[in-house]
Design a protein around this ligand. Sequence first.
Ligand code: CP
Length: 315
Amino acid sequence: MKSFFHVSDIGPLDAALKEALEVKANPFGWKHLGENKTIILVFFNSSLRTRLSSQKAALNLGMNPIVLNVNGDSWKLETELGVVMDGDRSEHLREAIPVIGSYCDIIGVRSFAGLTDKEFDYAETVLQQFVEYSGKPVISLESATVHPCQAFADLITIEEYRRTKRPKVVLTWAPHPRALPQAVPNSFAEWMNAADVDLVIAQPEGYELDPQFAGNARIEYDQMKALEGADFVYAKNWSSVKDYGKVLCKDTSWTVDAAHMAVTNDAYFMHCLPVRRNVIVSDEVIDSPRSLVIPEAANRVFSAQVVMKRMLESL
Ligand code: CP
């Protein structure tokens, strides 16, 4: 595997899920693969789960993980090509990336959408420079438009908890005070569309995801109607794609609470975390036995480990 951005990069999902469950059952079984190999994890943005689960996955495989916090530990990096670098950014990705590539075997990159220039974000301009200039396999650790390690962990979790062959999975928008990127809902929709689930996306008008990710999922503007009979409820905020990066709605009736969960098929609640309690989801829902937020975060180790394992196997 040369890169990991989209569901298509992982190949058949049945095989990927089987491998993830094998890795979870025997996390140190492939420790020899990473001997004398190094992964550099480059973070342009904050992280708790991605940072720790990626390091843990690398260690399970016997690799040496190195974390670089851009803006904190390193020079500030310029990401746009053709600019006059007379501001506060001292080094360009054009030099930094090949240097990073010369020190490692695999690179992971977290680089959020700026939410001001849709063309720049949706071209994955930063991630693509890592592909072009590093010469190494690259993993998106949440980039401008995708968060594939999260979506794969979510799918593993749904596989572990599903009670029917084809569960109803509802991705529901929920309110948030700030404008957030679309990477998590984009990847969740992309992966669920590829999996054997019935995906419904519930959102207010104006929050339609890019069609390349929403695919043929049923779109529902009435959240309660969407939630009826759901087996899994996946809450997430995102900003508008059409009115790029804007917050169009702060309607607190979209906060997932007990009344929302009551119309479901005793659904499990999911969220990628971090989550704002009593904004996205009520305490009673996230603290209930139906909440899967901790198991899905724990599965981040195994989604990352399958991806790194496959990259090591193809070096
Ligand atoms: N879900 C997730 O990616 O969490 P972090 O932002 O803490 O890495």
